[in-house]
Design a binder for this molecule. Structure first.
Ligand code: NAD
Length: 484
């Protein structure tokens, strides 16, 4: 194993070139692909397009490294992860700026917190342990349950929170003794390539590799016999391909997929005071949030005033280039998603729903800007209610009867998250307990933590991330029976 070294400090405004990280080495590629700045629609730079052979080399390196990495103690791996967190901290400003440039999110309110949370996450996870359990201890024998690492874990990540969602995988995989190969989304490869590059000067060769490239690298990973587990975050549609492909080698899977989260604001809610939380719950990260509020159910007794107050709050926000400190809402991340979100606007228009804010894209504006759009009381079967918009459009839907709101919230193939808001906390918890989701917040939203399990019910997920449950999924339960 290499000695622990600090990554050399580089220019804070790093501007490439970007390298793949393969088995401890930085590697260029024969081909490159364009990465766009969503705030301008212009090419930002180019990223290396890893070949199948390069991905193969990364997996082979990870397999070799697994032998020595898994043999280290938790304390030794924690020291490496702490050194990695220190190295990332030195590059914090550069990573945050790069994240805004490639992803579009506002620098101060979104990108910097994402980097900070990622670094803190590594440190906190590095301090967690999975002890050996004594499950039986009798006069004749002892039974121990060990949690051994799996081997090489493949991480496949999306473009909405490219740093946080990747490091949510890296930290628990590595501390439990696995090695990892990450394939970032081709829409946002740069920050991942950079934190991969930084890892190479701190972690032993092969422990963490990053190979960017086209979507075709995904199936190569999901079918590869030397990858023991896939940790995937992305759409349910792609997730189904991953599950099918992984069956051939019986891979372990953690699947974090799409959602259509409902927020139910109860009749007794102090709704005026929670408008900002609901607004950011829906529109934060320009609505590109797996657990974003995608359907907002409010009681009909105050719906009209609620909609007016929501729109009033929305008008105070500034949409634009995330590097501008005045901007609080950025663009949609890529052209494909921009076009997809526009199909929702087209449907809303064609069906004559009541648009009380936004609704029209400014064609003369460069970049992928969809105006924050509020749709007042569309019918339950509307596309904007039934499907995941993953953009800055929120339907505010009236209900009369709480039972009906619960039934509508549950009437979905998705079951990722949800939230319930009310003054009588016990009554709100009763409603929350009836939502068919992996997570539900009561009078708060999007609180997360290393010990708080995070995952989806129904077609939103398989397995869980975070918490003891999430960390266990990076291990194999191994029962050791010892005769006395
Ligand atoms: P996506 O499914 O298009 O892509 C996700 C990743 O899968 C990318 O890296 C992509 O290159 C890769 N990929 C594409 N085809 C593949 C294949 N055949 N085999 C293996 N990998 C393949 O998702 P996206 O558009 O990047 O992200 C948005 C979606 O992700 C939304 O549906 C959102 O709800 C979901 N999401 C879920 C969570 C969660 O924790 N549940 C978090 C963030 C995003």
């Amino acid at each position: 194993m290499n000695a622990i070294q600090k990554a050399p400090r580089t220019d804070r405004l790093f501007d490439g070139p970007y390298y793949l990280s393969i088995d401890g080495q930085l590697a260029s590629a024969d081909e490159h692909f364009d990465v766009f700045n969503p705030a301008t629609g212009q090419v930002l730079t180019q990223a290396p397009s890893g070949s199948p052979q390069q991905l193969e080399a990364a997996i082979a390196g990870a397999k070799r490294a697994f032998k020595s990495w898994s043999a280290l103690s938790y304390d030794q791996r924690q020291a490496y992860l702490e050194a990695y967190a220190d190295a990332l901290q030195e590059h914090r400003d550069e990573l945050a700026r790069l994240l805004t440039l490639e992803q579009g999110k506002p620098l101060k309110t979104m990108a910097e917190p994402e980097i900070d949370q990622s670094i803190s996450w590594i440190r906190q996870i590095a301090a967690r342990r999975i002890p050996v359990e004594i499950v039986e201890d009798t006069a004749s024998h002892t039974v121990e349950l060990h949690h051994t690492p799996l081997g090489v874990v493949g991480a496949i990540t999306p473009w909405n929170f490219p740093v946080l969602l990747a490091l949510w995988k890296v930290a628990p995989a590595l501390i439990t003794g696995n090695t990892m190969v990450i394939k970032p989304s081709p829409f946002t490869p740069l920050t991942t390539l950079r934190f991969g590059q930084i890892a190479q000067s701190v972690l032993p060769a092969g422990v963490l590799s990053v190979v960017s490239g086209g979507n075709e690298l995904g199936p190569q990973m999901t079918a590869h016999p030397d990858i023991a587990k896939i940790s995937f975050t992305g759409s349910t549609e792609t997730g189904k391909h991953v599950i099918r492909s992984a069956a051939s080698t019986v891979k372990r899977l953690t699947m974090e997929m799409g959602g259509n989260d409902a927020a139910i604001v109860l009749p007794d809610a102090d709704w005026q005071s929670i408008i900002p939380q609901l607004y950011w719950g829906a529109i934060g990260n320009s609505g590109q949030w797996c657990v974003g509020i995608k359907r907002l159910y409010v009681h009909s007794s105050y719906r009209a005033e609620f909609v007016a107050a929501f729109v009033d709050y929305a008008r105070q926000q500034v949409m634009g280039d995330g590097l501008d400190p005045a901007v609080t809402v950025g663009p949609v991340q890529n052209k494909m998603q921009f076009d997809k979100v526009r199909t929702f606007l087209d449907d809303i228009k064609a069906r004559g729903y009541n648009v009380v804010l936004g609704g029209e894209v400014d064609e003369s504006r460069p970049g992928y800007f969809i105006p924050v759009t509020v749709v007042d009381n569309p019918p339950e079967d509307a596309m904007i209610v039934q499907e995941e918009q993953f953009g800055p459009i929120v339907p505010i839907i009236a209900y009369d009867d709480v039972e009906d709101a619960i039934a509508r919230a549950n009437d979905s193939p998705f079951g990722l998250g949800g939230s319930v808001w009310g003054s009588d906390t016990r009554a709100a918890v009763d409603v929350a307990n009836r939502l068919e989701t992996g997570m539900v917040w009561v009078n708060e939203i999007h609180t997360q933590g290393v010990d708080i399990p995070f995952g989806g019910h129904k077609q939103s997920g398989l397995g869980t991330e975070h918490g003891h449950e999430g960390r266990l999924l990076f291990t194999n339960p191994k029962t050791v029976l010892i005769k006395k």
